[in-house]
Design a binder for this molecule. Structure first.
Ligand code: APR
Ligand code: PHB
Length: 400
């Protein structure tokens, strides 16, 4: 058994764990990250790629924003297509000058990994059987196995950044935890291709054939999605079938303009709303997908993970630099207030844009009437824009 000592043991090297590790390093707080799979495997997962300003600011605070500013695409708006017509949501105008940035989660993860490696910080990749211990005491520790060797990491705090299927949430006492969940009766079939995006801004589509989304990773790489039944298998969807179905859900202009090509990646993701309460168990704190999942409509997953990390980081700095536990005590309620706001928005946007099995004909009419109202009302546009760019970190406090 090899024993090491650190201040914060982080379980999981996804965006949450890596960002927390980098911020802590900048603040002079020592952390070790334990990750179940390899770095290559982490980078192979294709996820969303829309960054809110708070996420952009955090990348800068962590000192890893240079490539993001160079390569990220600033978007001042997006489009909504319904009833054969497109309507633009002017984010800049309706959110008080804010925007979002297109920068893939893969790229963000890459930048964080590179920075961690350059600083010589410890990430134990391919660490098996990670387990969290004694987090209800002042001396928690993490154990794992790597290359046949047993490891023990003694620490002050454990950060559970290990995603939805991780070990940290699963180790919290059942009597202390409450989970809220909604599983949607469809999935998103995503296709990535090295073709120019059909439109500079994203197009969210409510069509009689189901939801579609035209997104992108760069000026030369597109990401498209189709709502599909949960019973569909990705192997049953040829690239041709995908493009054909996508075109059927678009308007004439997009149908004519779209450039199709071979897929680089194609996968089906289920949609789920999920929240764990609380997010603190003694000296173990959950952050990111370990504590909550949003359906992807509105791209809140990564941004919520980033704000959890910001709150947790500030709380840990308060503990180490100011000897204050106030931030740690507030972490769960502060993070959850923001999480529920984003959960509400993602659920609402999902309901508004998708066809649900067994919907009556009147449901599509209600959706259209709501979309029509939103696109023609200053209040409606403001509501959608301020949620899409991300509510301010002090939202509740400002308006209470
Ligand atoms: N031991 C060590 N690592 C683990 C374990 C375990 N038992 N279980 C899971 N992990 C690792 C996973 O392999 C993964 O790399 O934890 C990491 C969690 O990363 P993510 O799932 O990406 O979660 P998070 O870092 O919170 O990022 C949230 O990812 O799913 C998207 O929409 C979400 O964009 C958001 C972001
Ligand atoms: C994506 O590009 O993967 C994406 C963009 C916006 C969303 C969801 C996913 O709302």
């Amino acid at each position: 058994m090899t024993t090491t000592r650190t201040q914060v043991a982080i379980v999981g090297a996804g965006p949450s764990g890596l960002l927390l590790g980098q911020l802590l390093h900048k603040a002079g707080i020592d952390a070790v990250i334990v990750e179940r799979v390899s770095g290559e495997y982490v980078l192979g997962r294709i996820r969303a790629g829309i960054l809110e300003q708070v996420c952009i600011d955090l990348m800068d605070e962590a000192g890893v924003g240079a490539r993001m500013h160079k390569e990220g695409l600033v978007h001042d708006g997006f489009e909504m297509l319904f009833g054969g017509q497109r309507h633009r949501v002017d984010l800049k105008k309706y959110s008080g000058g804010k925007h979002v940035m297109v920068y893939g989660q893969t790229e963000l993860t890459h930048d964080l990994m590179d920075a961690r490696a350059a600083a010589g910080l410890t990430t134990m990749y391919e660490a098996r059987n990670a387990a969290v211990h004694d987090f209800d005491t002042a001396k928690p520790y993490v154990t794992c196995e790597k290359d046949g060797q047993q490891h023990r990491i003694d620490c002050d705090f454990i950060a559970g950044c290990d995603g939805f299927h991780g070990v940290c949430r699963a180790s919290a006492p059942r009597s202390a935890i409450k989970e809220y969940e909604k599983v949607y009766p469809f999935g998103w079939l995503g296709l990535l291709s090295d073709t120019p995006p059909v439109n500079y801004e994203l197009i969210y589509v409510n069509s009689p054939r189901g939801f579609a989304l035209c997104s992108q990773r760069s000026n030369t790489r597109s990401r498209y999605y189709l709502q599909v039944p949960l019973t569909d298998k990705v192997e049953e969807w040829s690239d041709d079938a995908f493009w054909q179905e996508l075109k059927l859900r678009l308007d004439d202009e997009a149908r004519e303009k779209i450039v199709t090509g071979p897929s680089i990646e194609k996968s089906i993701a289920p949609l789920r709303s999920f929240v764990t309460e609380p997010m603190r168990f003694g000296r173990m704190f959950l952050a990111g997908d370990a504590a909550h999942i949003v359906p992807p409509t509105g791209a809140k997953g990564l941004n919520l993970a980033a704000t959890d990390v910001k709150y947790l980081f500030d709380a840990l700095v308060g503990f180490y630099q100011d000897k204050s536990e106030a931030g740690l005590d507030d972490y769960s309620s502060k993070a959850l207030a923001r999480i529920w706001r984003a959960e509400r928005f993602s659920w609402w946007f999902t309901q508004l844009m998708h066809r649900f099995p067994h919907d009556e004909a009147i449901t599509a009419k209600f959706q259209h009437a709501e979309l029509d109202y939103l696109m023609h009302s200053e209040a409606g546009l403001t509501s959608i824009a301020e949620n899409y760019v991300g509510l301010p970190l002090d939202f509740g406090a400002r308006r209470a």
